[in-house]
Design a protein. Structure first.
Lengths: 270, 278
């Protein structure tokens, strides 16, 4: 007669095998995937700065851009400007940004709040690598060590890279980590302007944690049990490296970060 | 002065209508919704926990879908939300196996009967579906609380035959094509197929913090997790609960697993109605 554990293994093995197989295709690897359309395209500045040959009336009817009203756009089109002259309403409009890659964490469109109570989207980090960790201000044990690990990481960088390294700490503690609490944390941890401290709503925190692979759980005392993970995002917001644990050897992580920061150094030294 | 007979009769009819009509605070058609059941308030004992975590967690009453979400329901969702179609979804939010059993973006095909539970969809997709339906995913505590019930008693563990039923399901390989969702026997709360059909996503699956590495430890690896301590299991004979805990620990949110589906929950509308714990 088969023993009970061996009977149970059938389903467990299947589930574990599938999970293990899928682990190979986990997003930590940079695998080229079929392109997917970017979510939430920014409003096209072009809609209010029509080229003379386009049917401006149709564009205006469809979707007036945020930077100008339909009437202004129509007037601009009717005035038939020279090809390089733009209506004044578009003078401040930024060029539409290219969509983020389909493996970029910046597809997470949530709005966070920093310790100055200003709104921040993760996509604002785009263009430079950033090291991300999730913490909470009341953490008694691991978070101060994790922050110290990030500082050790920075110290392990070549001198030219240290100025360019950016760090983002995101709080799990949606209830207690207000901007003021984060400011206190910043002072206590002695973090300069290269560090961004963020808080958000529970959905945003849950989704970011899932994307990074951070596990966390609130306990009865209001502390959070959580995995200790630091993540390097490249300039496009894709995960390129992670380091788990505390007081770990940061030398390999520093090498990866230094390589990512090198283009910035080359550019600034011209 | 004594009321006349017709007036008395009218009064009696009005009295009867008021006394025996459904309570106006609950329009009968709305609560619980036809596709959901009420899981009364109760207690959940986590299978694995550290000494800092409570042994028993109060779970308020909530609404739970009667059965898992079907292929047909998900098809309607992806029709309305193109970014969740198989060919368009971001790999960040669903891996390569996403809806792999369907014939196409908008075509179920023979591998995905309309009324079978939908599988191979990620946590992100399940959450998006739930949100679009005005619902959410159940938490681990809520799901386990609902699943602890037997067919004829509130506690399946003490119900003769219930454990054997669950273990019997675990001992069978996953079928290539699933039977209809909701065809299983209802438990005492009226929920069907919490056991016997597919594993189901929960909102906070990433709170299961075992490392799953039997060589390293049998509990939490201290250096990896803040707040770790020795974990102890509530009931070493509850194999199904170990299976679920192990599965949840191994999941990442974008995984599409061939035997993992989901159902939705909803918080009770305020004022919190609590028909009483069971």
């Amino acid at each position: 007669m088969k023993t009970l554990p061996s009977l149970l293994r059938t389903r467990a093995v299947l589930a574990a095998a599938v999970a293990a197989t899928l682990a190979v295709t986990a997003p930590v690897r940079l695998v080229a995937a079929a392109p997917a359309p970017a979510p939430a395209e920014k409003p096209a500045a072009a809609a209010c700065c029509p080229a003379p040959e386009t049917t401006a009336a149709a564009k205006v009817a469809d979707a007036p851009a945020a930077c100008c009203t339909a009437a202004e756009a129509k007037a601009a089109a009717v005035a038939a400007p020279a090809p390089d002259a733009k209506p004044s309403c578009c003078a401040e409009a930024p060029p539409p940004a290219a969509p983020v890659g389909d493996r970029s964490i910046y597809q997470l469109d949530a709005t966070w709040t920093n310790d100055a109570a200003a709104p921040v989207k993760l996509v604002s980090f785009r263009g430079q690598p950033v090291v991300v960790a999730m913490i909470f201000a009341q953490c008694e044990y691991a978070c101060p060590v994790l922050v110290n690990d990030l500082k050790r990481l920075r110290a392990a960088l070549p001198p030219a890279s240290r100025e360019l390294a950016r760090f983002a700490l995101v709080s799990f503690d949606t209830a207690r980590d207000t901007p003021a609490a984060l400011r206190t944390f910043r002072r206590r941890m002695e973090l300069d302007e290269r560090w961004t401290l963020l808080r958000g709503d529970t959905d945003a925190v849950a989704e970011l944690a899932m994307l990074l692979g951070v596990k966390y759980k609130a306990d009865a005392r209001g502390q959070f049990a959580h995995s200790n993970l630091l993540t390097i995002l490249d300039a496009g917001g894709e995960i390129v490296h992670q380091l788990a644990g505390l007081n770990s050897d940061v030398s390999e992580t520093a090498r990866v970060l230094a390589r990512l920061l090198a283009p910035g150094i080359a550019h600034s030294s011209r | 002065m004594r009321a006349s007979a017709p007036t008395t009769l009218r009064l009696a009819l009005v009295f009867a209508a008021v006394a025996f009509a459904p309570c106006p605070a609950r329009a009968a058609a709305d609560f619980p919704p036809a596709d959901m059941v009420l899981i009364p308030a109760g207690v959940y004992s986590p299978l694995l926990r550290t000494k800092d975590e409570p042994a028993r967690v109060d779970v308020p009453a909530f609404l739970l879908d009667t059965r898992p979400v079907t292929n047909a329901e998900l098809l309607a969702f992806v029709r309305a939300h193109p970014q969740w179609r198989r060919s368009r979804v971001s790999p960040l939010f669903a891996d390569r196996g996403y809806l792999g059993h369907w014939a196409g973006d908008l075509e179920l095909g023979p591998g995905a009967p309309a009324d079978a539970p939908v599988v191979r969809l990620s946590w992100f997709a399940a959450r998006a579906f739930a949100k679009a339906a005005g619902k959410r995913l159940p938490t681990t505590a809520e799901w386990e609380r609902a699943a602890a019930a037997g067919f004829s008693s509130p506690d399946g563990a003490t119900e003769p035959g219930f454990s054997a039923y669950v273990l019997g399901w675990l001992s069978r390989p996953t079928p290539a094509v699933f039977p209809a969702a909701g065809s299983g026997r209802p438990n005492i709360h009226g929920a069907r197929d919490l056991h016997g059909l597919v594993w189901e996503w929960v909102d906070d699956f990433n709170t299961a913090m075992t490392t799953g590495e039997s060589r390293a430890d049998s509990g939490l690896e201290r250096n990896l997790f803040c707040g770790a301590g020795a974990a102890s299991a509530r009931d070493v004979t509850d194999y199904a609960a170990f299976m679920r805990a192990g599965l949840r620990s191994s999941l990442r949110a974008n995984y599409a697993v061939p035997n993992l589906g989901f159902r939705c929950a909803r918080t009770l509308p305020a004022p919190a109605a609590d028909p009483g714990a069971q």
